[in-house]
Ligand binder design. Structure first.
Ligand code: ADP
Ligand code: MG
Length: 604
């Protein structure tokens, strides 16, 4: 399997050649076998009652009409009313049980797929769009729900009807049955041919509608960029093209379908008339009763409809098998971050990167880190500086085990990170990312995200430590204020401070700050800096920073370039001996002369 696994896109075949993937669903049906048995019994029962209507027709014609007997008519009517009632009861049970199973299984599947996706390595989502995966969880499970909730039952019911009708037909009149058995395949060939084309087109049509949806979703999500770069007209045109492409495919499908319908109706009725012609002659000649012919025609209609339904359902089954295949793939997608470690986790150890190399699967030719050596002393603050793209954020990814090193090792107190359980290890560290990531919900929910049991007092203390308390309390609903999807209702600086409060509340031993202040205005930055001063005390802190004010307060500074550590030292040491550091520092001095004084004083 490739490193991140790969999900076939919408353009790939939407259905599976074999129905084998559906077998996986049996595992989901098994826990509900009681209902499955009731549903199957009801299914057989209704199919049988339906067929027995033919017998009613026979009595109706032979005993009622032909004999002109009121008694015979009454008997036939009573029989049919009884059958009708039995059929209604059976259908009620069948429909309820079967639909219940469909809903239950798709809900279970959805839940299990999501549970598995939560544990998959983040790299998986770089190759596979979260949006597309989401649509699989919704549309593919819905397909399966229809499958179990109706298609399978339809197929079984019609297969039963088909066989039953055939048996009853041969019992009624073997000659007519034989004629029909020879005639039917001839008439069905064109119908089957057209049917296949319709199905292919309808798969295509589904795929093109999905791509219309993806396009619209992406554009609407980024509406501000679209409007500010005045791409509305262009986006409108692109979208229109997608829509009309979908329409063209749909048009072709409708055309084929119309042909299919016309052919089927004509051939079917033609067959019926032929049968009545042959059978009618037998009735006139007295070789067959009118009731028998009536019943025979009824069975033939049942057989024809059952066959048509089956051929239609076959396509559904294949499509559902395709859906099942894709879901099962997600269900079994394994994380490439193994979680087998069980070493007891020590405290207050140094973090060491030894000959560390790492290459992103998406960039096999460019290692993001190579021969990276660094020791991070416990309880100290280490600043990482270096040009953009040097590999600073990548180190954070490895430290949190979102990726594992390609070569070399990352250890905590001489134990490789992979030897701890993921939960143990990740509970030690908290990240304040470059772009704060918040969820829809209120402020308290977002602050307590890493520690849901926190009390209101804890939350407020964390907010206070992150210098967020003041702006939160000024909001009309305070801590209960909703912040919108991804926190859009807050300013960048406010979002950053919520993210900081979230890290504070987790109270981690290791704190990872990725340019936590770079996106901030001066005032927010000032507050965040104050908060950081408190927060980093007594914790192992690694801070990726551009602002020299952050850097000079660090216990050590590591200069990173092109994926390796160039030098480690204090600000003044590096200023005297590291070219790259001098360059980075001098750019800062030019940019922010106000900081120059700050920086030179401790160096002096
Ligand atoms: N998810 C990714 N897939 C492939 N390449 C990546 C990915 N993330 C970062 N890179 C590449 O790895 C290198 C280091 O990136 P990064 O660690 O983000 O740099 P920075 O020091 O600016 O934080 C860059 O060349 C970047 O293009
Ligand atoms: Mg970065």
């Amino acid at each position: 399997m490739s490193d991140a696994g790969s999900v076939p896109s919408d353009n790939d075949t939407r259905k599976s050649k074999s129905l084998r993937p559906l077998r996986e669903l049996l595992g989901f049906l098994w826990p509900h076998k009681g209902r499955l048995i009731i549903a199957s019994a009801a299914l057989v029962f209704t199919a049988m009652t339906q067929l027995s209507l033919g017998y009613g027709i026979q009595i109706l014609i032979d005993q009622g009409f032909s004999n002109q007997s009121e008694e015979g008519l009454r008997r036939a009517v009573l029989f049919m009313v009884g059958v009708g009632f039995a059929m209604a009861c059976g259908s009620f049970i069948r429909f309820y049980m079967v639909s219940w199973l469909g809903e239950r299984v798709s809900a279970d599947l959805r839940r299990d797929v999501f549970n598995n996706l939560l544990t998959v390595h983040p790299g998986f989502y770089e190759k596979n769009h979260a949006g597309e995966i989401m649509s699989r969880i919704t549309t593919d499970t819905t397909l399966l729900q229809t499958l179990i909730g109706s298609s399978v039952s339809l197929a079984a019911r019609n297969a039963l009807t088909l066989v039953g009708a055939l048996i009853l037909m041969s019992l009624t009149n073997i000659k007519l049955t034989l004629i029909m058995l020879i005639g039917v395949p001839l008439t069905l060939l064109p119908v089957l041919y057209l049917g296949r084309r319709v199905r292919n087109l309808s798969n295509k049509s589904q795929a093109s509608i999905a791509s219309v949806g993806n396009r619209a979703g992406e554009v609407l999500q980024s509406i501000k960029i679209v409007q500010s770069f005045q791409r509305e007209t262009m986006e409108r045109e692109v979208f229109e093209q997608e829509v009309s492409r979908a329409f063209d495919i749909a048009k072709k499908r409708i055309q084929q379908r119309a042909w299919l319908m016309a052919c089927a109706i004509f051939l079917f009725l033609g067959g019926m008339v032929g049968m009545m012609w042959t059978g009618g002659q037998d009735v006139i000649a007295g070789r067959m009763s009118g009731g028998d012919l009536g019943a025979f025609v009824f069975y033939a209609v049942m057989l024809g409809t059952a066959f048509a339904t089956l051929s239609e359902v076959w396509g559904d089954l294949q499509r559902a098998a395709g859906a099942a295949e894709r879901l099962v793939e997600l269900l079994h997608q394994e994380s490439n971050i193994p979680d087998h470690g069980s070493s007891p986790i020590p405290h207050g150890q140094a973090l060491v990167a030894r000959d560390l190399s790492f290459t992103y699967p998406a960039r096999p030719e460019n290692p993001a880190l190579s021969d990276f050596n660094l020791t991070i002393a416990p309880g100290k603050t280490l600043a990482l500086v270096g040009p953009s793209g040097a590999g600073k954020s990548t180190l954070f990814e490895l430290l949190q085990r979102f990726h594992d090193p390609s070569e070399g090792a990352l250890t905590y107190g001489d134990i490789a990170l992979a030897d701890f359980s993921l939960q143990d290890w990740r509970s030690k560290a908290a990240l304040v990312p470059q772009a704060p990531i918040l969820f829809s919900g209120d402020i308290a929910y977002n602050i307590a995200y890493g520690n849901p049991d926190a009390s209101q007092a804890d939350i407020e203390a964390a907010a206070k430590a992150a210098y967020a308390q003041e702006f939160i309390e000024r909001l009309p609903q305070g801590y209960e204020s909703e912040i919108g999807a991804q926190g859009v209702q807050l300013s960048g600086g406010q979002r950053q401070r919520i993210a900081l409060a979230r890290a504070i509340l987790k109270n981690p031993e290791i704190l990872l700050l990725d340019e936590a202040t770079s996106a901030l205005d001066t005032e927010s930055e000032y507050y965040v800096q104050l908060a950081l001063g408190e927060l980093t005390k007594g914790r192992t802190t690694i801070i990726i920073a551009h602002r020299l004010s952050t850097i000079i307060n660090a216990d050590a500074i590591a200069v990173i370039d092109s994926g390796s550590v160039v030098d480690v030292g204090t600000h003044s040491e590096l200023l005297t001996r590291c070219d790259l550091y001098q360059r980075l520092a001098s750019m800062q001095f030019k940019e922010t002369p106000a900081e120059e004084a700050q920086i030179t004083s401790p160096a002096a």
